[in-house]
Design a protein around this ligand. Structure first.
Ligand SMILES: NC(=O)c1ccc[n+]([C@@H]2O[C@H](COP(=O)([O-])OP(=O)(O)OC[C@H]3O[C@@H](n4cnc5c(N)ncnc54)[C@H](O)[C@@H]3O)[C@@H](O)[C@H]2O)c1
Length: 251
């Protein structure tokens, strides 16, 4: 018997730099993970890793999260088929970077659709079964960019602010149903998300200067925080945002 035996976890962006480790961590703790991603190459890599990640299991679901209506219907169908989704982790994001006046409105909308509206759709799809069970864990992923200090990322930063706000709104609204909502704000992790920086070595130095802990973040650092929020024992913690950033932002 493991902590997440019998629990179903829906994880978006599951094949990404952070998501793949999170997928394997939950499967390693006995969960059934519905691993949602769009990228065929990353999905193939995740599938081979996930095969060895038991004792839980990983079901890969190739979905385009920008198709909001379809996502809500599909997640509702998955929840019905699985006997309910216990944990929803809204982790997928896109992060185009350029000066604010260079973004088109269509680009702005595309970021909000993947980073925010997809989370709304996933939660709407999973909520009825969570309410019936009287148990649910929602974990949103924001970013320390939300606290300020990063230029040229306005649509992304705004989307992360929305995830913090949704965390609080959902915590308040779903608390009476035994459903918690918490948020993780990662610092700087060396995944694809970091490749937007023109000078990778300079950026790595900048990161280490700002962190209290003088090593780069690892995907397992994020997985550990997610396992914590998802645990049954964390039921008295809701509406919170936890910075997992090596002691960079302290608020
Ligand atoms: N890596 C960092 O330094 C960092 C810092 C702060 C916040 N974050 C946040 O952590 C989360 C994970 O980031 P990551 O570093 O693993 O990035 P990543 O780019 O490696 O992973 C994101 C995943 O989302 C998937 N995705 C994108 N659009 C999609 C769509 N339309 N449908 C389905 N899937 C889609 C991608 O295929 C990818 O696998 C994101 O929310 C990101 O904003 C990361």
């Amino acid at each position: 018997m493991t902590d997440f035996d019998g629990r179903t976890v829906l994880l978006t962006g599951a094949a990404g730099g952070l998501g793949a480790d999170v997928t394997c961590a939950f499967a390693g703790h006995g969960a059934r993970v519905i691993a949602v991603d769009i990228d065929a190459a990353k999905i193939a890599a995740l599938a081979s890793r996930a095969a060895a990640a038991g004792p839980g299991r990983v079901d890969i679901e190739r979905l385009d999260l920008s198709q909001s209506e379809f996502v809500a219907r599909r997640v509702a169908a998955l929840a019905e088929a699985c006997g309910g989704i216990d944990v929803v982790i809204n982790n997928a994001a896109i992060y185009p970077s350029k000066p604010f006046d260079a973004y088109t409105l269509a680009e702005w909308d595309a970021v909000q659709r993947v980073n925010v509206t997809a989370a709304v759709a996933c939660v709407q799809g999973a909520l009825p079964a969570m309410r019936r069970k009287g148990f649910g864990r929602i974990i949103n992923v924001a970013s320390i960019t939300w606290y300020g200090g990063w230029a040229n990322l306005a649509p992304y930063v705004a989307s992360k602010g929305a995830m913090v706000a949704l965390t609080r709104a959902w915590a308040r609204e779903f608390g009476p149903d035994g459903i918690t909502a918490n948020c993780i704000a990662p610092g700087a992790f060396p995944t694809d998300a970091e490749k937007i920086h023109p000078d990778p070595e300079g950026y790595a130095r900048f990161v280490l200067e700002h962190q209290s802990v003088k090593r780069r973040g690892r995907a397992q650092d994020i997985a550990g925080a997610m396992l914590f929020f998802a645990a049954a024992a964390s039921g008295f913690i809701t509406g919170q945002t936890l910075n997992v950033d090596g002691g960079w932002v302290m608020q």
